[in-house]
Design a protein around this ligand. Structure first.
Ligand code: GLN
Length: 483
């Protein structure tokens, strides 16, 4: 069952080729054989087995019934350690389930464990986790991308067919790209953030990481829908993207962004990009040049807004109300200082410092207010562009997976630029998907489709058609350099 899609596993369960219990036992064997990937922070074998024993998958059961999935370790799961990749929450056992956990449980899927991630979802390489680096299954010692690196690794290694991720500036799409997978960040508000540990609340969105667009649609439909516990939840029914996969979206107009300067990419990447455009045309789409004049301001804008929001969200971890408590304290102030100094890693501290600075009375107008104004301009650019085209295409990431420690150690902005193509859709709140479209230096790379608000069906439909005409999503890593 390794490397199979949800649809394929479901067929095996329905035809009784194997039972849900056999499947879960097999999944834990696989996970245990591949511990060196370090993609899980904790496993939940006992509950998973107990649930699997009770499940009888029938023809009319939910497609997720009995399917093993991995949850990113920032979705609160009742009684299961939820760390957010941080020492700060090393011993946090939530008393309730997040909406995402609740919804996927209700659909009958079986959570096998919680995946490793960059600390508080801050990072693009999964190197900021308190629980250590995650390997890219395509090459040991190389990053899987971040922050949902454990999620992408667990699916790319074939341990589970699907995982949840979150995307504040690219954390679903970039690891999906670097691991040869498909991942979608829906429209902001589509999936409830209830019980999802906050990084930057106006940007954070949950979403699936799977092998195919079809599988992503199955998860998205189960995860989405209005939730009164999240005040930014869109008051809409769950998506119906799976049924819409067979809808004929004719003559789609696809935009290429002038400012993304595709000509500056490596020759290999340009060739892959142009070949994919040809596939798009063979599917009946037309290609158009468009301009998003303010798009190149998206990385600096994000790195004001996201730290500002995180500095506020993370103020709750004071060793009293939440989080790690230092044993070294003499009074209240040193308790706060020591608990936070010990509990947070360097990248999180850097973001808190930046965020506190840009929100301070003297600098608020110069940085935070200005960034919010530019955010509006970026949103306006997209609104204008979507009058001319239906989808916008770009690479997902400027490069393929890279070696541990090779980027961002001297200058963190090197890593921040990893999200050059992904960040603007978070700033605008738009849905965007990454899917594999080839290899550079033997490593997978992704292409990104961004749609207008609520157009998840169109994006997944088109990605599914691309995957029916290409084979990149079927490629598997060989694990040659893993023992
Ligand atoms: N890489 C970006 C950051 O470090 C985005 C992370 C994310 O989407 N969670 O903030």
């Amino acid at each position: 069952m390794q490397f199979k899609t949800i649809k394929e596993i479901n067929a095996g369960l329905v035809s009784k080729k194997f039972s849900a219990e056999e499947l879960i036992k097999y999944t834990f064997d696989l996970i245990n054989e591949n511990k060196d990937l370090n993609c899980f922070i904790s496993l939940d074998e006992e509950n998973a087995l107990a649930k699997a024993k009770k499940i009888k998958v029938k023809k009319d059961s939910h497609l997720l019934s009995g399917i093993p999935i991995a949850q990113k370790d920032l979705f609160c799961a009742k009684g299961i350690k939820t760390t957010c990749g941080s020492k700060m929450l090393e011993n946090f056992y939530p008393p309730y389930n997040s909406k995402v956990v609740e919804a996927l449980d209700a659909a009958g899927s079986i959570c096998v464990g919680k995946t490793n991630m960059d600390e508080f979802a801050m990072g693009s390489s999964n190197e900021t986790s308190f629980f250590g680096n995650v390997h890219n299954p395509w090459k040991k010692g190389f990053v899987p991308g971040g922050s949902s690196g454990g999620a992408a690794c667990s699916v790319a290694a074939g341990l589970v067919p699907a995982a949840t991720g979150t995307d504040t500036g690219g954390s679903i799409r970039q690891p999906a790209a670097l691991c040869g997978l498909t991942g979608i960040k829906p429209t902001y508000g589509r999936i409830s953030r209830w019980g999802m540990i906050a990084f930057a609340s106006s940007l954070d969105q949950a979403g699936p990481v799977c092998r195919t667009a079809e599988d992503c649609s199955i998860l998205l439909d189960a995860m989405s829908g209005y939730d009164s516990r999240d005040t930014t939840s869109l008051n809409l029914d769950p998506t119906n993207t799976f049924a819409d996969l067979s809808k004929p979206y004719e003559n789609l107009r696809i935009g290429i962004v002038d400012e993304f300067n595709i000509d500056a990419l490596s020759k290999e990447s340009q060739t892959l990009f142009n070949e994919s455009l040809k596939v798009f045309e063979s599917l009946g789409a037309s290609i158009h040049k468009i301009s998003l004049p303010n798009i190149n301001q998206s990385v600096p804008t994000y790195y004001v807004i996201a730290p500002a929001e995180c500095s506020s969200n993370l103020s709750r971890y004071d060793g009293v109300k939440f989080g790690h408590r230092s044993l070294e304290a003499e009074d209240l102030e040193s308790l706060y200082i020591n608990s936070r100094s010990e509990g947070f890693g360097d990248e999180v501290k850097r973001r808190i410092l930046i965020g506190t600075y840009v929100l301070s009375a003297g600098y608020y107008d110069a940085y935070y207010k200005k960034a919010q104004q530019v955010r509006r301009l970026i949103k306006n650019d997209y609104e204008k562009a979507f009058k001319e085209v239906d989808l916008i295409v770009s690479p997902t990431s400027p490069s393929e997976a890279f070696e541990f420690g090779s980027k961002g150690t001297q200058d963190p902005t090197e890593l921040y630029l990893e999200d050059l193509y992904t960040i603007s859709s978070n700033l605008a709140g738009l849905p965007a998907l990454s899917m594999p479209h080839g290899f550079v230096n033997g490593l997978p790379v992704g292409i990104q489709l961004t749609g207008n608000y609520l157009e998840e069906s169109m994006i997944l439909n088109f990605a599914n058609r691309f995957q029916q005409s290409t084979d990149f999503h079927n490629a598997k890593p060989t694990f040659e350099d893993f023992q």
